[in-house]
Design a protein. Structure first.
Length: 151
C-alpha cells in the first residue's frame, strides 16, 4: 500500500483516505469534499431557475466568457458559459463519479480534485474514473439575461 502522507492529494476525499478514516462513510467523504476551494458566485433562484442579468455578470456577455455560480449558495456549483453562436452552456460541476465539486482551471479545463476525473468543455468524460458526462442544464439567453433551469 502506498504512503498516504507522501502521496499528493489535493482533496482528502480519496478512497485511500476513506479507508484510513475507517469510520467515515463514502457519502460523508464526498460531502466533506464538496465545494472545497470553489469561488462560485452565489446567485438567488426562483421557481427552479436562476436569472443572470448580463449587467451583473459581464463575463457572460461575450462569446467565450464564463462564470461559476452557486444557486442560493447551496449545492454544487454550475459552470455557465457563453458559446457564441452555439448558445449558452450550463454544466453542473457535480462530479459523476462520487459527487465532489469539479474545478475549472484558468484554461477552462474541468478536473475533479478527488480522484482525478477530467471532463471536456461539453461535459463529456476525458479521463475516469467517472463514466458519465457532467449534467447539462437548460440555459437560454433572452434579452439582457441568461436563464438557467436548475430544478
Ligand atoms: Fe471521484 Fe470526482 S468524485 S473523480
Amino acid at each position: 500500500m502506498s504512503d498516504p502522507v507522501r502521496d499528493p492529494d489535493p482533496c482528502a476525499c480519496t478512497r485511500r483516505s476513506v479507508l484510513i478514516r475507517g469510520t467515515l462513510t463514502i457519502g460523508a467523504a464526498a460531502l466533506g469534499c464538496a465545494g472545497r476551494g470553489e469561488s462560485a458566485k452565489e446567485v438567488p433562484s426562483e421557481g427552479g431557475a436562476v436569472v443572470l442579468p448580463l449587467a451583473e455578470h459581464p463575463a457572460l456577455a461575450n462569446a467565450g466568457g464564463s462564470e461559476v455560480i452557486r444557486a442560493d449558495g447551496k449545492g454544487k456549483p454550475i459552470l455557465v458559459r457563453n458559446d457564441g453562436d452555439a448558445g449558452i452552456t450550463a454544466l453542473s460541476l457535480k462530479c459523476t463519479h462520487m459527487g465532489c465539486a469539479v474545478r475549472v482551471d484558468e484554461g477552462g479545463a474541468l478536473a475533479c480534485p478527488c480522484h482525478g476525473s477530467r471532463y471536456a468543455a461539453d461535459g463529456s468524460v476525458t479521463k475516469g474514473p467517472a463514466k458519465e458526462p457532467l449534467t447539462r442544464l437548460p440555459a437560454t439567453l433572452g434579452g439582457d439575461a441568461i436563464t438557467v433551469q436548475i430544478g
